[in-house]
Design a protein around this ligand. Structure first.
Ligand code: PHE
Length: 438
């Protein structure tokens, strides 16, 4: 890793905030509600929580501990376990290269909504306004370029100083605003139906697919399975940092933001009688409707989308940083060049992804437009595969006892058991099912 990027966090809180910045993002505020809605609400929530506090948290601990120990990028870290395992780091890089383009397309929508929040859209038009916007050939592309170039600029200037300060400001604001919104939405008519849908499990809706989707959501939401925490952990100076004690808060924060989002979106959906199957459009149609119904709604709308943008950019930065660090380190090109080439690749793929809502909507792979295909491939396949291989590498090749995540014996033993048995077995069977082998 080049020297300029190998700085260290100012404090433990730096690691926590940067990690939370990566974890909390579109996965919580945009993806979680519509995936939960498509998968039956309460039953999905239960499986999502189960996976988060078993497989998810174990991988966060494992990746962070590996980063802190090896002080290396993901390929170097896995290479330290065994040179042949470098491939696991490369899968992470590939995953990032797939997530960034479509993540940034949604990032572009947010930028557009911030601009739009200055003008009023009449209430009947929210649905058509959104679908017209994302399917038009020029506008979404322009906003996507703005978002992508802003992300690249932040990564270019380095993240240590910027990201710590940025997250410190953004996270509390995000929580505060979500709570205000949630309280307001919960007092709307029929709001309770939404709460019931979100919390009451309906097991008749649970299929093998629900497990795959919940697992995909867990990996995506906490940024597990592609070496983010290895990279961030490698910037920790103090090798004695208690991993579990430090990193559990990242997982808790991430889950809390998802819960707050669910408690805002579902009551809103029910009280406005909106369709539950709106898919990626859910946040962009439902929330503006809520904002238009509350006092100072336009102002709240503006603030909400600014915060959403902040949350998204801190995640994009972490995704881009993994690829940049890899290119500097392994391909041995300068940081400037790495960002330039990578941004170019994202520009091209992102353009195709954005157009898949309009001009290219006829082009489908396996019945899915490019946008959905990218998301499916990254969240449901590549991240879990990365997580599975991470668990095998640590649980079976390195030996989990070599990574100390806590001085508490029971916790350490629980971690070792999870990384060795629970995580790989669960992920393996769900993936087998996904590809139709069982
Ligand atoms: N966790 C981020 C979110 O919730 C997305 C992400 C996935 C970031 C994987 C990094 C790695 O939006």
């Amino acid at each position: 890793m080049s020297d300029d990027s190998r700085a260290s966090w100012g404090s433990k809180i730096g690691l926590i905030l940067a990690s939370a910045g990566s974890a909390v993002g579109l996965g919580n505020l945009w993806r979680f509600p519509y995936i939960a809605a498509q998968n039956g609400g309460g039953s999905f929530l239960l499986i999502y929580l189960l996976f988060t506090f078993s497989i998810g948290i174990t991988l966060v601990f494992a990746e962070s501990a590996l980063g802190i120990k090896t002080k290396s990028d993901p390929t170097g870290a896995f290479g330290w376990i065994n040179p042949r395992l470098k491939i696991i780091g490369i899968i992470g890089v590939l995953t990032s290269a797939i997530i960034v383009p479509y993540y940034s397309v949604v990032g572009g929508w947010i930028v557009a909504y911030i601009v739009k929040s200055f003008s009023t859209i009449s209430i009947e038009n929210f649905e058509t306004h959104f679908t017209d916007f994302i399917s038009s050939p020029v506008q979404p592309l322009l906003f996507f370029y703005i978002y992508l170039l802003s992300t690249a600029t932040v990564v270019y200037f380095g993240i240590e100083n910027g990201i710590e300060k940025f997250c410190k400001l953004m996270m509390p604001l995000l929580f505060l605003l979500l709570i205000v919104l949630m309280v307001r939405v919960l007092t709307l008519d029929n709001a309770l139906d939404g709460v019931k849908f979100f919390f009451l499990p309906d097991f008749s809706k649970v299929t093998a697919k629900t497990f795959l989707n919940a697992m995909g959501q867990v990996f995506f939401s906490i940024s597990a399975g592609m070496g983010i925490y290895i990279t961030y952990g490698s910037y920790v100076k103090n090798n004695d940092t208690p991993v579990a004690k430090t990193m559990y808060s990242v997982v808790i924060l991430d889950v809390m933001v998802s819960l707050l989002t669910g408690l805002t979106i579902f009551p809103a959906v029910f009280s406005f009688g909106l369709p539950m199957n709106a898919g990626p459009a859910l946040t962009f149609i439902t929330l503006p409707k809520v904002f238009s119904a509350i006092t100072f709604g336009q102002f709240f709308g503006f603030i909400f989308f600014v915060i959403l943008l902040g949350a998204a950019i801190t995640s994009s930065i972490s995704l881009m940083e993994v690829v940049t660090t890899y290119l500097c380190d392994q391909v041995k090109i300068s940081r400037k060049k790495a960002i330039f080439y990578y941004t170019l690749v994202c520009l091209v793929t992102g353009t195709l992804v954005s157009l898949s809502f309009g001009k290219l909507s006829g082009f489908k792979i396996g019945g899915k437009i490019l946008f959905d295909q990218f998301d499916y491939l990254a969240s449901n396949i590549l991240l879990p595969v990365g997580g599975f291989l991470t668990a095998i590498a640590i649980g079976w090749v390195l030996g989990p006892e070599k990574l100390v995540i806590s001085k508490n014996k029971a916790l350490q033993k629980g971690f070792e058991f999870c990384i060795k048995w629970i995580a790989p077995i669960c992920v393996f069977f769900i993936l087998l099912n996904a590809v139709g082998l069982i």
